[in-house]
Design a protein around this ligand. Structure first.
Ligand code: ATP
Ligand code: MG
Length: 275
């Protein structure tokens, strides 16, 4: 949790290990679904080199994290308004320097999240694929990791790999699983059970099923319109599932961790590294 002047922000990081399983789609739509329930939500595109959130919305941000790193503006000044009043902090796209940003500098960049005013109820973070240093830094910042999996062996294996690293090396404890792109709820529950069994057996770690999102052509239709499925097709199966997911995530208990400490540490690492 991050405490602003008068309020606590819950931080959720969407991660998956494997790429292309629906992190960006679900983080954006979950952010919008939470905002529809009158919560103040900020969505941070943490996929530094290949940012996608603004692409899904068909917008070209005026300034991005690249401008922050160049010293042209502060992170909070890059925010632009998205659907339902969510505020979006865009990542940079196709910029190798951003993708390769050393952890110290990335940490310093993240410090800027503390300056976002008014402090949101939720900070939703979309992370990139893999378990590189940007992803591990972002999941450490989160109160809970929302792990997105698809019904395929490589997705399950990579989700387990991510959970293992986050749990054993980074001491992350709360893992909320979303099974995405399945035909029905029952199949989603089976996929969750498989992941849960492995996590219990090898890590002694219980997982939570946060939601099952069906395969739905409304998602591709909304994307073609550069819109969110929860706003473009609110009656679709996918939109209903994402609203349920947002409800589950907002009901979950959050351990009282003050992430200011971590943000401080991230910032200090940079200062130590400076000549
Ligand atoms: N439930 C679903 N039904 C239909 N299509 C889906 C569903 N979920 C995701 N998709 C499709 O899968 C594609 C990948 O989604 P998305 O870009 O959100 O994945 P990602 O995990 O963010 O990928 P990356 O790791 O590259 O960042 C999108 O084109 C999206 O349309
Ligand atoms: Mg993505």
């Amino acid at each position: 949790m991050m405490r602003g002047s008068n309020k606590t922000t819950r931080i959720l990081a969407f991660a998956s290990g494997k790429g292309g399983v629906g992190k960006t789609l679900l983080s954006l739509n979950t952010a919008v679904a939470l905002a529809r329930t009158h919560l103040n939500v900020v969505l941070f595109d943490g996929d530094m080199g290949l940012a996608n959130v603004h692409v899904l919305l068909g917008t070209q941000p005026r300034v991005t994290v690249a401008d922050v790193l160049a010293g042209h503006c502060q992170l909070a000044q890059t925010m632009f308004a998205g659907p339902e009043g969510i505020r979006i902090i865009p990542g940079g796209s196709g910029i190798r320097d951003l993708a390769d940003l050393p952890s110290g500098e990335f940490g310093r960049l993240l410090q800027g999240l503390q300056d976002v005013q008014p402090a949101p109820d939720y900070l939703i973070i979309d992370t990139g694929a893999g378990i590189g240093s940007h992803v591990t830094t972002l999941v450490q910042l989160a109160d809970a990791i929302v792990v997105v999996v698809r019904d395929e062996p490589a997705s399950l294996a990579d989700a387990y790999g991510l959970i293992k690293v986050a749990h054993t090396e980074l001491q992350c404890k709360a893992f909320h699983i979303v099974v995405n792109d399945v035909n029905d709820l029952q199949r989603g529950q089976q996929v969750f059970t498989r992941l849960q069994d492995v996590a219990m057996r090898f890590l002694g770690l219980p997982l939570t099923l946060a939601g099952v999102v069906p395969h739905d052509n409304a998602i591709a239709d909304a994307m073609r319109r550069r819109d969110c499925v929860v706003t473009a097709f609110p009656d679709s199966r996918a939109a209903a599932a994402i609203r349920r997911l947002a409800g589950e995530l907002s009901n979950m208990p959050i351990a009282p961790v003050d992430n200011r400490f971590l943000l401080d540490k991230l910032g200090r690492r940079r200062e130590v590294a400076m000549p």
